[in-house]
Write a protein that binds this ligand. Structure first.
Ligand code: MSP
Length: 502
């Protein structure tokens, strides 16, 4: 399909509700999806929940609930959070859906019949938190580095996946960027893993975990939760498990994730695709990992930040902004409430909010309810060049190169320039003594504000709309010459200042 764009997030575990980390990935995917739609590409954006396996089984048991009831509840929390955050996913997939389960079962049967899955036994270490097998090299002081727990020793009969058979081929594909891993540092990390550790066959079924998809030829086993989960990227776009028939959106253009799950995505997942005879995703993009006040988010520390808390304090669009501007995409980030508060006040209340309020008030005070006509002829050539450059960089370069934080940087440069322009030209004085200059200045400011709102759409869709509404701007790519602006200010401004700090 020409001009298509397929983007995925990881499907999140439903052991607990969504937090700031899941929110970051999902908002980032949403920004990219919205931008590609804005550019006219046929876009599909998939997210969802990963609901099977030992970890979920155990936590549901602890809660005294049947696993399905437990997962229904938490999956609902994810869905609701993304709806509140205005996430434009085309589909929300749950691995407990019948169609997904049937397709996974069929895919495993295919891999078994072609000899890539075989009966064996597995002996080794398993971290339930990661739902992953671990080697001694993965541990520090005998503990899983992500979960700080001691992996259990597992020894059981198991159906194994011939991962080792795909090692050379995958290493080559990654080296040649046929399966592109970004940023480069992550690609290098994976290539040294291939070089130093190589790939061993892995257990693809569990005998003692009932909460999973039964292995179709031996129902005393369930399918390994990651094998089940990975296939969501195909079933979520309509794949029914029939090999060699990829759905029209496949391969994925970008699969977003953080570093915690890159290794499995760069080994098991593409090996499964090769086994199934399907193309590999084009790019795996690995963004940074967030700490809160320097610490990993954890229930026991009590520092988990939920999307609801962020939305309550800042509103939906400000939450999206604060997350996307928190750190360069790809870098780790350390966040805290004070930093969010300060950024909200500086960039949103004082920066963007103040700019649109000032300009709307200036026009309103001078023209009352009369119309203000846009005169393209009054916009200096240098302003037009400046705005086109911002669009070129802000949209094409930075979004295509996975630098959404830099796209925001470009927008905030425009905001800074516009506020400075007002301070220098003092249009409130011109309104009294030089009407021509006043009209010229307002035209220039409206052109800049229009561009700001247009570029903001993927990041802050409601704010962009609010700005268009405030000025009676139709929100087309460019303002048509002669357009009649009508001021319709938003009560209380776009971003009321936060007075207190937590
Ligand atoms: N269920 C698996 C993924 C299966 S995909 C086939 C899983 N789930 S998870 O709930 O643990 O989600 C992990 C992902 O959530 C990370 O890769 C990242 O996208 C996001 N984040 C979770 N915590 C995060 C931070 N603290 N910081 C940034 N993103 C993080 O792994």
């Amino acid at each position: 399909m020409p001009n298509k764009f397929y983007i995925t997030t990881p499907i999140y575990y439903v052991n607990a509700g969504p937090h700031l980390g899941h929110t970051y990935t999902t908002v980032a995917a949403d920004v990219l999806a919205r931008m590609h739609r804005l550019l006219g590409e046929k876009t599909f954006f998939l997210t969802g929940t990963d609901e099977h396996g030992a970890k979920i089984q155990e936590i549901a048991e602890k809660a005294g609930l049947p696993p399905k009831e437990f997962t229904d509840n938490i999956a609902g929390q994810f869905k609701e959070a993304w709806e509140k955050l205005n996430i434009s996913n085309d589909r929300f997939i749950r691995t407990t859906e019948e169609e997904h389960m049937a397709a996974v079962s069929k895919a495993l049967q295919y891999m078994y019949e072609r000899g890539d899955v075989y009966k064996g036994s597995y002996e080794g270490l398993y971290c339930k938190g990661c739902e992953q097998f671990k080697s001694e090299n993965d541990l520090v002081d005998g503990l899983c580095t992500d979960h700080k727990t001691k992996p259990e020793v597992m020894q059981e009969e198991s159906y194994m996946f011939k991962l080792s058979a795909y090692a050379d081929k995958l290493r080559d594909l990654i080296e040649r960027d046929e399966l592109k891993i970004l940023p480069d540092s992550r690609k290098n990390e994976i290539l040294s893993f291939y070089k130093n550790e190589g790939l061993k066959d892995i257990s693809f079924s569990r005998k003692n975990v009932a909460w999973g998809i039964p292995v179709p030829w031996d129902r005393s086993h369930t399918i390994y939760v990651w094998a089940d989960a990975f296939l969501n990227y195909l079933t979520g776009i309509g794949w029914d498990g029939t090999s060699n028939q990829p759905p029209e959106f496949w391969p994925a253009d970008v699969q977003l994730m953080s570093k915690d799950i890159l290794r499995v995505h760069a080994t098991i997942w593409p090996a499964m695709l090769l086994s199934l005879g399907l193309p590999l995703p084009k790019t795996l993009f690995v963004h940074g990992f967030f700490l809160i006040d320097g610490q990993k988010m954890s229930k026991s520390i009590g520092n988990v930040i939920s999307p609801d808390q962020l939305i309550k304090r800042y509103g939906v669009d400000a939450t999206r902004y604060l997350l996307m501007s928190a750190t360069p995409f790809g870098n780790d980030g350390d966040v805290n409430w004070k930093q969010f508060d300060d950024k909200y006040n500086a960039d949103l209340a004082n920066g963007l909010g103040n700019l649109v309020q000032r300009v709307a008030t200036l026009i309103e005070n001078t023209y009352k309810k009369e119309r203000f006509d846009y005169n393209l002829g009054l916009i200096p050539e240098e302003t037009i060049t400046r705005l086109n450059k911002a669009e070129e960089k802000g949209v094409r370069e930075y979004i295509k190169d996975f630098e959404p934080h830099n796209a925001l940087g470009i927008i905030w440069e425009l905001i800074g320039e516009a506020n400075l322009f007002i301070n220098i030209h003092k249009p409130w004085e011109l309104a009294k003594n030089d009407t021509d200059a006043f009209i010229r200045n307002m035209n220039i400011l409206l052109a800049i504000i229009h561009k700001i709102a247009w570029l903001l759409q993927p990041f802050m869709p409601t704010t962009a709309k609010d700005i268009f509404t405030m000025f009676g701007d139709k929100g087309e790519r460019d303002i048509p010459d002669g357009h009649h602006f009508v001021i319709n200010k938003k009560e209380g401004g776009l971003f009321p200042r936060l007075e207190t700090q937590k």
